[in-house]
Design a protein around this ligand. Sequence first.
Ligand code: ME8
Length: 523
Amino acid sequence: AETSGFDAKTFGISTAISYPNGAPHIGHAYEVIATDAIARFKRLDGYDVLFATGTDEHGLKIQQTASKAGISPKALVDDMAARFKAMAEALNCSHDRFIRTTEPDHYAAAQELWRRMEAKGDIYLSKYAGWYSVRDEAYYNEDETETAPDGTRRARETGTAVTWMEEENFLFRLSAYQDRLLALYEAQPDFIGPETRRNEVASFVRSGLKDLSVSRTNFDWGVPVPGHPDHVMYVWVDALTNYLTVTGFPDEADSRKKFWPMDLHVIGKDIVRFHAVYWPAFLMSAGLPLPKRVFGHGFLLSKGEKMSKSLGNVVDPMDLIATYGVDALRQFVLREVPFGGDGNYSHEAIITRYTADLSNGLGNLAQRSLSMIAKNCGGLVPEHGDFTEDDRALLALADALPGSVRVAMDKLALHTALADIWAVVTASDRYFDAQKPWVLRKTDPARMAASLYVVAETLRAIGILVQPFMPDSGAKLLDLLAVPAGRRQLADIGEGGRLAPGTALPAPSGLFPRFVEPEAPAV
Ligand code: ME8
């Protein structure tokens, strides 16, 4: 079968690329964690995955931040990009590429996309005037702005300051794509998720699209426009192209080409318009296939408040990792927040979840079953004999997990996937309590062994399935069960991969120690 030319199914996935005009915050961490869990799940399910994340390093905002700090834009982004990269690594992110838009292959991709849009006749030189938000790197229509109580002009949706800008620059004929975009949303209801975002985008497009200003001449920190070195590309044209760059565009012979179109762009709800309106329009213009899906996750709020420097509630994700551990943080954000909605974090909420789900939940189940096996079964996977109805019922629940988790993951309901897995942790706990192996030890040692086998086998399925969410803990649990490295795929759950009685297990050790309050909480 290996030589039949069968290609693994491919899956291309990306996060947004972050602005490195400041240090990474918990919102950036959240996006990386969620996207990594999806990428890891797809690999677990046998897909050949390309997962990209990175930094969006050009534009007026970066240039202004650097000049305020008295350093060059390049010095600023080099410093900050290293911090974003270090955060991704500390979060155990399994990206295949950390792309920086200042890299040479990205310049080549962005300029080629531009040339194709120009060749199509969609780019023309004209005067442009409008309200520009440097924070959002976006122009707003008059009716999308308002005058704040302090007399300044602001973007209604994001509350950021806007200034009137007039420039001669290149415009992209976005207005020509209105009908094709609406047809796309109609034909591919999955293109934008969640559904509320889709409705917002469709009504924005239906209300009429103006041509988009796509170059700048009032600063130079950007990708030069081909043939017009006095213009740099609008940062969003450059930034969105990163998704093509990571697939080797425009090199037709590049081995990563098979990952375009990507299957999923994971982004925050504030930048859905850029990904679901501008991006497909650019691609249609350039004659390139469109990504299959764009998903706008919600925002993480600190006890209901948006984080801001003035409120003093900006948390460094590195501190969270140091305080709670990377897996506890990953499990918290993915289990606590329905993916697509907003969520809250606080020290209490993180500890409550850690204690209930991890220390008292999965950790305790593993500890009490594996230590009984160590003491009473010679540290070997127990013999089980014939299964009872109760045994079979629990095994059936574990065996059914890949199916239900796959359904949840396809819907990007990451919280539901975790809830499904934890329902089996709970069922297994109940089974253990009902079987009372500590009593059977004296009365019926064979039944004791069988019940411990069933719990261990259930833990194997759980261990395999938690790997995308908590990579280190999943691996540790599977190590404790002596599951070989090559038998940890989704397809190994069930009959085919059952633990073999008599296999030696390592000495059990705790997965999730009880949390000890630090002197100063991290949030
Ligand atoms: O928007 N909670 O960069 P960015 C959850 N460079 N997610 C959040 C968040 C929060 N509190 N705050 C921000 C940009 N995000 C552009 C993207 S893509 C071609 C260019 C998310 O650093 C935000 O929605 O402002 C976005 O998806 C990502 O973090 C980076 O935000």
